[in-house]
Design a protein around this ligand. Structure first.
Ligand SMILES: *[C@@H]1O[C@H](CO)[C@@H](O)[C@H](O)[C@H]1NC(C)=O
Ligand SMILES: *[C@@H]1O[C@H](CO)[C@@H](O)[C@H](O)[C@H]1NC(C)=O
Length: 323
């Protein structure tokens, strides 16, 4: 009897309707699609990096951004010495024109920027703002020679995460409030091998799925050679997807038991950027195994070091809940 009851509870849990909602394709970006769907920002890096964000025309002319039918690449310059009076090394930061609330994002990524001084991020932020109102969701982030991806949230006050959640990753911090802990946010480090940096790249990259809903934000990562990549993830251009269905334990999960979702999160734009040095990579540089010397000198004087500082995206597909 005991085992029979236990079995029916398992069945009941599996078929809770809220957990198996269908999502339909809302947008699919591949190759040149990115040129029309994103804006190339040119402002000073808000995180004080040693970079000069260039506009789309400049990026295409100098091949810092490249798109064909199959692939979209964006990178930092790796040819020039940067004069000390310059704003920084040429690089890119792009923001989607559109914004999404509850959604499923599936990124098929072949390569991410790697190496000393780099601080790449694939993330989303409230279109309305002003930051941190409406929230920030960091999906891929790290610095220097890191090997484990960090996923985090940054919010207005009164948003924290329980220590124990349904995730394989390791909790780094639990207070999402941008005004505490020097804007550390609430972060979870992936424990899946090859989730970041040179390990990720040498392994051919992989797929990152982000499911945002009034139940949770969850991130899954499948390395390119993973044996268990779901078909709808591998294919990347489906009509309908049921998020979380047989996807296994997420790398990171954020829940709303100590954080009111609707007042902390609104529709977000998607951002890819690559900054150098700055508030995180620069401060961590001296202890990152990247010295001797300081981060800015390294950026200015060793262009060769940035040959692998590029994003190479196969596709980004966005699904929204079927009403
Ligand atoms: C521009 O970049 C792409 C992608 O890295 C590369 O295939 C192409 O050869 C580059 N073009 C030039 C003119 O360097
Ligand atoms: C903080 O958030 C909780 C819900 O997570 C809510 O019950 C509580 O009223 C909030 N406190 C303040 C001061 O807004």
């Amino acid at each position: 009897m005991l085992s029979q009851n236990f079995f029916s509870i398992l069945i009941a849990l599996k078929f809770i309707p809220a957990l198996s909602q269908s999502y339909t394709q809302n947008a699919h970006f591949k190759g040149r699609d990115f040129l029309g769907a994103f804006n190339w920002e040119t402002f000073d890096d808000p995180t004080h990096g040693r970079v000069n964000f260039v506009d789309q025309g400049t990026a295409l002319n100098t091949n810092l951004s490249y798109a064909d039918n199959d692939v979209f690449i964006m990178r930092a310059d790796y040819h020039q010495i940067v004069p000390s009076y310059a704003r920084g090394r040429d690089s890119i930061r792009i923001t989607s024109h559109d914004a999404w609330g509850d959604s499923l994002l599936i990124l098929d990524l072949a390569h991410m920027p790697e190496g000393c001084a780099t601080w790449p991020a694939y993330w989303t932020m409230s279109k309305n703002g002003p930051w941190p109102q409406g929230g920030e969701m960091d999906i891929i982030e790290g610095v220097n020679l890191n090997s484990n991806n960090l996923a985090s949230l940054h919010t207005t006050t009164n948003c924290t995460m329980p220590q124990t959640r349904d995730q394989s990753g390791q909790v780094i911090s639990t207070n999402c409030d941008a005004a505490v802990n020097y804007n550390q946010g609430c972060g979870v480090a992936s424990t899946t091998p090859n989730s970041y940096g040179s390990g990720f790249n040498n392994n051919g990259g992989g797929w990152i799925a982000t499911w945002r809903s009034p139940n949770a934000i969850s991130h899954w990562f499948w390395p390119r050679n993973a044996p268990n990549v779901p078909d709808e993830i591998r294919q990347g251009d489906c009509g309908v997807v049921t998020p979380g269905d047989n996807w296994g334990t997420p790398d990171a999960t954020f829940v709303w038991s100590q954080c009111d979702y609707s007042s902390h999160f609104d529709p977000h734009q998607i951002i890819f950027d690559l900054t150098l040095c700055g508030d995180w990579a620069g401060n961590a540089f001296p202890t990152a195994g990247c010295g001797p010397g300081n981060c800015q000198d390294f950026v200015d004087n060793t262009p060769d070091a940035f040959q692998n500082a590029f994003w190479e995206i196969n596709s980004l597909t966005i699904y929204t809940p079927q009403s």
